[in-house]
Ligand binder design. Structure first.
Ligand SMILES: CC(C)(COP(=O)(O)OP(=O)(O)OC[C@H]1O[C@@H](n2cnc3c(N)ncnc32)[C@H](O)[C@@H]1OP(=O)(O)O)[C@@H](O)C(=O)NCCC(=O)NCCS
Length: 238
């Protein structure tokens, strides 16, 4: 059994909208419902930045969420890249604009024969979702419905336009709307460094994206059991 969670494949069937010509894009999705312990296993390749982050987490649950994502990423590399994964590194880059989406990087002086997949990670409560895609840039987001309890209209207005807010009735609707936006912003690699009001998603489709970082993106809602919503987005590689 995998240590990191259950794996499944998701096919996004409208990649033409995302500037991809091939007809469909396959994304491997790994979902963990439950977190690994806060002590990293000895086989897990962590870089100095990971250790610094682990030391800085104040809450044990944050460290466990982080490590669960790294375990899934390392297991995927071993499954897909085999021996090539031996000297794998998974790194984030801090740039002037903020934090870039972390990605697989070969060890200095090494090259990989296999295509290196793009990776997107999301955590919420005890759920960690990681998406891998060899053919496109990918973004995933998961949110527990409980996270939206008591969220007032002023908070919603920061993220959602009037047209996006209008059909929302339940916490699940709000979580769906938030995850759709975050998945798109994570697919293009900028996250909330882009003003979310520059992006509009209606009926599960991107209807407007007028930020300088905008690219065509295809979006789908993921079926998640329990009280959570999740969305997945793909964009042609930058
Ligand atoms: C990315 C972001 C939207 C995630 O928000 P969240 O809902 O609180 O958290 P989630 O659990 O869903 O996602 C966290 C994961 O997003 C990923 N991530 C971080 N920066 C990212 C980025 N620029 N693009 C895409 N994904 C990113 C990381 O893998 C992170 O998990 P990890 O720290 O365990 O590796 C938010 O942290 C953000 O906008 N950060 C700023 C990004 C930035 O500085 N961009 C500008 C430079 S390109």
């Amino acid at each position: 059994m995998r240590r990191g969670g259950e794996a499944r494949w998701v096919t996004i069937a409208e990649p033409a909208a995302a500037g991809l010509d091939g007809g469909v894009v396959d994304v491997r999705l790994v979902v963990a419902r439950g977190l690994v312990p806060s002590e990293p296993p000895s086989w897990l390749p962590l870089v100095a930045d990971d250790w610094a982050r682990l030391r800085a987490f104040r809450r044990e649950a944050d460290a466990r969420r982080f490590l669960t994502g790294r375990v899934i990423v390392a297991e995927h590399a071993r499954e897909v890249l085999g021996d090539h994964a031996g000297r794998l590194r998974f790194v984030r880059r801090l740039v002037a604009a903020g934090e870039e989406k972390p990605r697989y990087a070969p060890a200095p002086g090494e090259r990989w024969a296999a295509p290196v997949p793009d990776v997107s990670i999301s955590h919420s409560g005890e759920v960690v979702v990681v998406a891998f895609c060899a053919d496109a840039d990918v973004g995933v987001d998961v949110e527990q419905h409980a996270a939206f309890a008591g969220l007032d209209d002023a908070a919603l207005r920061v993220v959602l336009s009037a047209a996006e807010r209008q059909p929302l009735r339940t916490r699940a609707d709000v979580a769906d709307a938030f995850t759709a936006k975050e998945a798109v912003l994570k697919a293009v690699g900028w996250g909330l460094a882009v003003d979310p009001l520059r992006l509009e998603v209606r009926d599960g489709r991107v209807t407007r994206f007028d930020a300088p970082q905008a690219r065509p993106v295809s979006l789908c809602r993921l079926e998640e059991p329990g009280e959570a919503s999740a969305s997945l987005a793909v964009a042609a590689r930058a």
